[in-house]
Design a protein around this ligand. Sequence first.
Ligand SMILES: Cc1ncc(COP(=O)(O)O)c(C=O)c1O
Length: 415
Amino acid sequence: MPELAVKGGVAVRPEGYPAWPVFDERDVQAVADAVRSGNWGGFPEPGTNAARFEEGFAAYQGARHGILMVNGTVTMEVALKALGIGWGDEVIVPALTFAATAYAPMAAGALPVIVDVTPETWTIDPDLVRAAITPKTRAIMPVHLGHQMADMDRITAIAKKHGVVVVEDCAHAHGQRWSDRGAGCIGDFGSFSHQSSKILTSGEGGTLLTSDDDLARRAHSIIDCGRAKDEAEREVTFGANYRLGELHAALLVTQMERFEEQREQREAAARYFDEIVVHVPGVRVMPHDPRITRWSFYNYVFAIEPEAFAGASNEVVAYALEHEGTAAEVQYPPMSRYELFQPSRSRLPVAVEFADRLDPSKMSFPVAEDAGLRRSIYLQENVFRAGREGVDDAVESIAKIQKHADELTDVEPPG
Ligand SMILES: Cc1ncc(COP(=O)(O)O)c(C=O)c1O
């Protein structure tokens, strides 16, 4: 009789974890009010709910301005455009992230220069960033991955020294703080996603944060078809319609109200997880950087040593965890193996001109490859909204899989 649920054994937590997103009558009422108001769109920009959310979220993170738009991909494209970055420019991005981080510079016309991550944090390696700087470099785009933050001290120092800007990809980092500064408020722009799975969601949506008045005005203009946003100069931009509608913005206003409580719940549970999971052989937690002064995360990421799991990959272990009832996944392969990162499928001038530099078969990112294809497992946020008992079950599931890893040898996750 097999022990592991993936082989037909009894699951540790068949009831699973709390559903996401969390909503109640407040959210329903907010959307109903938006429907009844008749103001459904995002024009004039920003709409009433959009402006309320922008103000509240920017204040929570610690920026002067928030600019709400349709998703957390165009946010980065808009940020680069507002900074005047485009054709002929290079933008440095990490090899372990969602495809959007490399797509955005291309959409703005610039070349993404992909560099590896550090083995300790799996965030962009500052030494490799420094080595990748050329006279054409205009921006660095660190990603705060999982529950980690990129080393913003070193990245901002490198940026300052070389006169380049920083756009933080904070799609995972709502609520995080680095040395008491909010994620997205350290670089020139911070980009957030409000897509369904993210911890501050309206199904779709994205916010840019900045404390620079000119950049904020320009970003508002770019997402509003280029309309001037200042009274005096009437500065127009080359823009398009990236406005978010008021029904979505209404949801963000109510979701923001419960955000801090959820963050605290996750933080407490994750600290407990860190404490007890280290007793499972073959499991490594990422070091907790003391400069992360408010901890928040979308997905919690940890490492397995495949040798301690009878040679099973992270994909197989995550699949087995799912069967035990713990929501786990392998989020990102290295950029070189990403089926979504396919520059050659586009006719973008940058992809045609730099086909050689954007050819995945010519890329090598040993740390991202090892993390993405062998070791990294992301636990979903809801594992940390079920109290200590939820964490106990998740850790028991990992320990059980490790103990009976010999049962995994013929397990093949679908697709
Ligand atoms: C690291 C990272 N950057 C950017 C994005 C893009 O956000 P969106 O899905 O809102 O376009 C995501 C979302 O999945 C992400 O995980």
